[in-house]
Design a protein around this ligand. Structure first.
Ligand code: FAD
Ligand code: ZN
Length: 314
């Protein structure tokens, strides 16, 4: 038995990470040794692969791999099975090459217009590829506008895919982080004046805008421009998970926001970029533990005590 794979499992070696059998284990068994039920009735990809691995060891199947057959030819007597490295002779050949290695990708109209990712399930591994990490948005004001941008785009401060540039403007720039293409969108300044035309029966201002903006043609409501970023987006996104401690205050710094000076690492605040000043005469008394603050759902594994000012130089 010749197999092009480097190990047991055939097509299942290439399944996506969350793939499970759809058929229950008891209906999927090979002769002689039933497939174990697995963790949840329908075995996972890895459990299927493990079953094949144990099965072929149990019956000492004479499998050679990785050997990829290039051709089968009719010789004078036996069939000649040719691989990269050798030629085998056989009276009969069973070809069980499956279809995973040659996925069928259909053509459909408009296919070339879709600019997102199109892959065959044979190439799919994890949803990571599609996770909302590719789009990055700058908003030029905070407030509910920023929330709206988050809801509409999936870019959030919490996901580090949204950044505030506080210009006091209802405007946003959307960046494709893979291509660096950036598009800034802002309301047409004439949109307010045009609103009455689109909601003539509404005389309350706010309600008029609300009604009008829903039906106003996008070209009258918004303006858009392709822009080039002048900030370093890669530095902004940085490498999360990198942790440093400030040589001065001892506080932890994440996201590569440390400042290096004379071979020492400082936080921005200690390096002089203040948005606050120390009032060292005021020491706050904090609750003894966070649990005592009264969050009923907060169940700390260990009690955490905060010592205010522990690192602050006098
Ligand atoms: C998403 C998905 C879920 C499935 N779920 C189930 C399920 O729940 N239950 C069920 O019963 N079935 C299921 N199937 C179907 C089943 O897994 C496949 O039909 C099965 O893998 C087919 O086995 P096979 O041996 O015919 O082919 P494959 O598993 O594709 O194996 C073919 C083998 O041939 C080798 N090969 C190919 N060309 C060469 C060459 N030239 N030289 C040497 N070796 C070669 C490959 O390396 C591979 O090891 C599922 C299939 C898919 C795609
Ligand atoms: Zn510091």
């Amino acid at each position: 038995m010749l197999d092009g794979e480097v190990g047991p499992g055939a097509a299942w070696r290439h399944g996506w990470e969350s793939l499970r059998q759809f058929s229950p284990a008891q209906w999927s068994s090979l002769p002689g040794w039933p497939m174990p039920a697995g963790s949840d009735g329908t075995p996972t990809r890895d459990e299927v692969v493990a079953y094949f691995a144990v099965y072929e060891a149990r019956y000492a199947l004479p499998i050679q791999r990785p050997i990829r057959v290039q051709a089968v030819r009719r010789g004078d007597g036996p069939l000649l099975v040719e691989s990269d490295t050798s030629v085998y002779q056989a009276r009969a050949v069973v070809s069980a090459t499956g279809s995973w290695g040659k996925p069928y990708i259909p053509q459909y109209s408009g296919q070339e217009l879709f600019r997102g990712i199109q892959i065959h399930s044979a190439d799919y591994r994890t949803p990571q590829l599609f996770a909302g990490k590719r789009l990055f948005a700058f908003v030029e004001t905070d407030g509910c506008f920023a929330d709206g941008v988050s809801v509409a785009t999936g870019c959030w401060f919490g996901r580090r895919t949204l950044r505030l540039m506080d210009y006091g403007k209802v405007a946003a720039t959307f960046v494709d982080t893979r291509t660096d293409r950036a598009i800034r969108i802002w309301p047409d300044p004439r949109a307010r004046n045009r609103a009455a035309t689109y909601a003539p029966d509404e005389h309350r201002r706010w309600h008029m805008y609300l009604a009008a903006y829903q039906v106003m043609p996008t070209n009258e409501l918004l303006r858009a421009e392709e822009v080039e970023l002048t900030v370093d987006l890669a530095a902004m996104i940085s490498r999360p998970g990198v942790r440093m401690n400030c040589a001065e205050c001892g506080e932890e710094i994440i996201n590569e926001r440390e400042v290096l000076r004379d071979g020492k690492t400082f936080c921005r605040s200690c390096a002089g970029e203040h948005y606050y000043q120390h009032r060292s005469d005021v020491a706050l008394v904090l609750p003894e533990t966070l649990a005592s603050v009264g969050h009923e759902t907060w169940k700390p594994h260990e009690q955490l005590t905060i010592q205010p000012g522990a690192y602050h130089p006098a």
